[in-house]
Design a protein around this ligand. Structure first.
Ligand code: XLS
Ligand code: MG
Length: 345
């Protein structure tokens, strides 16, 4: 069991509340002032997109990128914060409208590869050795628009190019089955682990599992985590929640599926997750109805729910569970779990 956990979130988790159907409802909080909020909220790690570190990345010179990285690294050092990962944001640029690595246009694929190598440079400059690949637009709006086998070959070729470009970098693939595309490639941790084993350096390719993404694939997040842990390939997690099959809600951890959250905490606890420095990452979004200039309750609440569930895992009667499993009395076992979660005897 891990004695104490370290938590992380990305600056995008402090947002102004805009959604596809309406504008921002809260005033913008200066991006680089967010670093001062992390420690007071109980967070030690910062998740980054490449352009969270270096805004207007595509317009920056190599020297400009190095200067900006040094500035951000100084801010992190001043706050005692650790960069957990850097992710290439390959879903905004016009070159990535139809994907980057799997685009049908060679120029777009080259843009995505070049930007990905610059993301690795940025990660190294700020003292981080993990790259997250959330393959947001690596998919299709209609299946016939891309050749799936070729698409997977191109994704693997990109992973290999990254591993060759930097001999120490780790790649954490963040699976998601859909959104923004109709169907995405690499929808589950099983796909990600298969790519890891097919790569030129399997040890350095792992997964990042997001609770909501597993639920959107109709899968149990704890089981997805168990699979990755069984292969020593859980680089990090994005704990949050999802209320049914709809757009990615990034709800507070445990807020829709408390028992599923309990089982996620349990599988992490029992694997000693965190004991090798792994972060408990959150990817949660404040409700658009939440007023305030800089709302962070969704972050502190999700972290608190995680810690309460750690106590629930640690106080769970495993001997009672063993006896019920021995007797194959799963009705009794389920009722015991529910009573434990409800706090009733
Ligand atoms: C999607 C991803 C995204 C981050 C990392 O859930 O986690 O939120 O941008 O790429
Ligand atoms: Mg995520």
């Amino acid at each position: 069991m891990t004695s104490s956990y370290r938590f992380s979130f990305g600056p995008w988790n402090i947002s102004e509340g805009a959604d596809p159907f309406g504008p921002a409802v809260r005033s913008e909080f200066p991006h680089e002032k967010k670093f001062a909020l992390y420690k007071p909220l109980g967070f030690d790690g910062v998740q980054f997109h490449d352009d969270d570190v270096v805004p207007d990345l595509d317009e920056q010179s190599p020297d400009g990128i190095v200067r900006k990285c040094a500035e951000v690294k100084g801010m992190l050092d001043n706050q005692g914060l650790v960069p957990e990962f850097v992710a290439p944001r390959l879903w905004f640029a016009p070159q990535t409208i139809d994907g980057g690595y799997t685009s049908n246009r060679e120029a777009d694929r080259r843009y995505a590869q070049d930007r990905t190598m610059r993301t690795i440079d940025i990660a190294r400059e700020i003292g981080c050795k993990a790259i997250v690949l959330w393959l947001s637009r690596e998919g299709t709006y209609i299946r016939e628009s891309k050749n799936g086998r070729v698409a997977y070959e191109r994704i693997l070729a990109t992973i290999n190019a990254m591993l060759e470009y930097d001999k120490e970098i780790e790649i954490w693939i963040e699976p998601k089955p859909n959104e923004p595309t109709d169907q995405a490639y690499v929808p589950t941790i099983g796909h990600a682990v298969a790519l890891a084993y097919a790569s030129v350096d399997p040890q350095r390719v792992k997964g990042l599992i997001e609770s909501a993404h597993a639920l959107l694939a109709g899968l149990d997040p704890a089981d997805e985590m168990a699979f990755a842990l069984a292969h020593g390939k859980l680089g990090s997690v994005h704990l949050n929640d999802q209320n049914g099959l709809k757009y990615d809600q990034d709800k507070n951890f445990g807020a829709a599926n408390l028992r599923a959250a309990f089982n996620q905490v349990r599988v992490l606890e029992e694997a000693g997750y965190g004991s090798k420095g792994e972060f408990v990452g959150l990817d949660v979004k404040a409700m658009r109805t939440q007023a305030g200039d800089c709302v962070t309750e969704h972050l502190s609440n999700s972290r608190a729910i995680f810690l309460h569930l750690v106590e629930k895992v640690r106080s769970w009667d495993q001997e009672l569970e063993r006896q019920m499993i021995e007797a194959r009395d799963y009705e009794a076992l389920e009722f015991a779990v529910m009573k434990h979660l409800m706090g009733v005897k």
